[in-house]
Design a protein. Structure first.
Length: 510
């Protein structure tokens, strides 16, 4: 035992490597590394370099999030080059189609949508929907929403959900589709499932949209702030700030809206939607020259019919009717271009025709749109067109559909007030004009002053309230009947043990 203890305390001799031992050790290391690679091959995430532009765009498109313009362009070029040599790669065709959709959204150029449809259909040819080509099916749904063909978008979204209920990418498509169709309960259910499956930017953006449509302003703002917090790229952050600016604008806070729009532009200078929003806010704040400049810049980057209509009405309100003809003429040409590419601009066109063109044509156009999409936007536009065409009784029914859902819109309130005024319902018109002023007094450079003027003309209700509001005779307290409580039943008394029962009378005594 003593010898063992001594040996245990003796330090081990140092290890020395000869040339032969070194070669053996190196060979063993190579074998171990090779075996590890066979067990776990190298992955994309193993590369320490940051992702390139096309990789960033592909990731954003796959997550249903906005992507930077340069990244989308890089992704399009990369996938186009790839599918030219690999025509049977269904996944790459689906990614290319989704990139075309994002390019069309960012540039407001509907010419990208036919290319997206072609790429997505090619993906479905290589791998049909029956075999689970979910990326292409989701892309087809997103394309239909971009074209405002919400019925088709719902079909694609429900097809994905039927085959893969846990696939979260179907639910943003369904939220947008059900909202466009006017099925707000369906949109809310899809949004709640999306939040359960994948809380993040796409889910919070849709939640804010659903809450806004219900009139829950505070919830809409909180959800969009959560979306901004979940953003991982400047383009995503800028989009969330733009939407926060829209929420501020709708509640009449032009200064806060301007701050959000400018924050979006600082984050992503290519965010043209925020440029149009800034123009709207500047006009409300009395900075008309800057507003006209921003509108023209926005139209140069993203030529949209709605922006052209807003610029025309701003110029008209400034007494520059001749200049206003230029953006007004753009509305028809842009709508014609979009129509050729499958995009539905009937709501914008109908409102323009109702105010500046042929109201009867607007009624026909919007009546057909109502058969397809029963959203509050279509109901409001159709009601206003009917009013401008002199059909106030029918117009009121659609104005009610637009305002009773919950969405707080100064445009909707103003339209309903003017319809009620045309029907002679002064009290209801006054109430909705006051609601217009509370919601957003600067909602339109043309109709905002008209709303103030109408409220001044209607005036306040006469003093004293309605006739016979007070009783004509003194009030006398009525004589109420007194309560008549029922007597309580008496408890049956048991005969006492000491008391003998009385004898029955004899027959002679009876």
């Amino acid at each position: 035992m003593d010898r063992i203890d001594e040996e245990s305390q003796t330090p081990a001799p140092p290890v020395t490597f000869t040339g032969r031992k070194t070669l053996v050790a190196a060979a063993v290391a190579v074998v171990l590394i090779a075996g590890a690679l066979l067990i776990r091959p190298a992955r994309t995430g193993d590369d320490a370099r940051p992702p390139g532009p096309s990789e960033r765009a592909a990731s954003a498109v796959g997550m249903g999030a906005p992507a930077a313009a340069v990244d989308v362009s890089a992704l399009v070029a990369d996938r186009e080059k790839w599918v030219a040599q690999h025509a049977d790669d269904d996944a790459s065709w689906a990614v290319l189609g989704s990139a075309y959709i994002e390019q069309g959204r960012r540039t407001a150029d509907s010419g990208w949508y036919p290319k997206a449809e072609k790429a997505l259909k090619r993906s479905l040819e290589v791998r049909p929907a029956e075999k689970g080509n979910f990326d292409a099916m989701t892309g087809m749904g997103a394309l239909a929403n971009a074209r405002r063909d919400f019925g088709t978008a719902r079909k694609w979204g429900e097809l994905v959900r039927a085959q893969a209920p846990k696939r979260w990418t179907a639910y943003p498509v369904l939220v947008d589709a059900y909202t466009g169709l006017g099925d707000y309960k369906g949109a809310q259910k899809a949004m709640e499932l999306l939040l359960e499956l994948r809380p993040g930017l796409a889910a919070h953006v849709r939640a804010s949209q659903v809450y806004r449509d219900r009139g829950w302003r505070e919830d809409a703002v909180v959800s969009m702030e959560e979306a901004a917090g979940a953003a991982k790229a400047p383009a995503e952050k800028a989009y969330a700030l733009f939407r926060l600016g829209e929420l501020s604008w709708e509640r009449g806070d032009a200064a806060e809206a301007l701050r959000q729009y400018e924050g979006a532009l600082r984050t992503d200078p290519a965010q043209a939607e925020a440029l149009g929003g800034r123009a709207r806010a500047l006009a409300a704040l009395g900075r008309s020259g800057e507003a006209v400049r921003d509108y023209r810049l926005a139209l140069g980057r993203t030529p949209m019919p709605q922006l052209a209509r807003e610029l025309g009405e701003l110029l008209e309100s400034l007494g520059r009717a001749q200049e206003a003809r230029v953006p007004y003429d753009m509305i028809g040409s842009l709508a014609a271009r979009d129509g050729q590419n499958g995009v539905d601009d009937d709501v914008v066109l109908g409102l323009y025709e109702a105010d500046h063109g042929d109201p009867a044509a607007a009624v026909r156009r919007l009546s057909e749109e109502w058969l397809r999409h029963k959203s509050v936007q279509v109901a409001d536009a159709l009601g206003w067109a009917l009013h401008q065409a002199g059909e106030d009784a029918a117009a009121l029914e659609y104005a009610k559909k637009a305002t009773e859902q919950g969405l707080r819109s100064a445009d909707f309130s103003y339209h309903r007030a003017m319809i009620e005024r045309g029907l002679g319902d002064v009290a209801a018109a006054r109430r909705h004009l006051q609601e217009t002023a509370r919601t957003n007094p600067h909602f339109s450079p043309l109709r905002g002053p008209l709303a103030k003027e109408a409220l001044t003309v209607i005036g306040q209700p006469p003093p004293g309230g309605p006739e016979h509001l007070q009783p004509v005779t003194p009030w006398v307290e009525p004589e109420l009947p007194k309560p008549n409580p029922k007597p309580k039943p008496k408890a049956a008394q048991e005969p006492k043990a000491s008391q003998e029962p009385k004898a029955s009378p004899s027959p002679s005594a009876r």
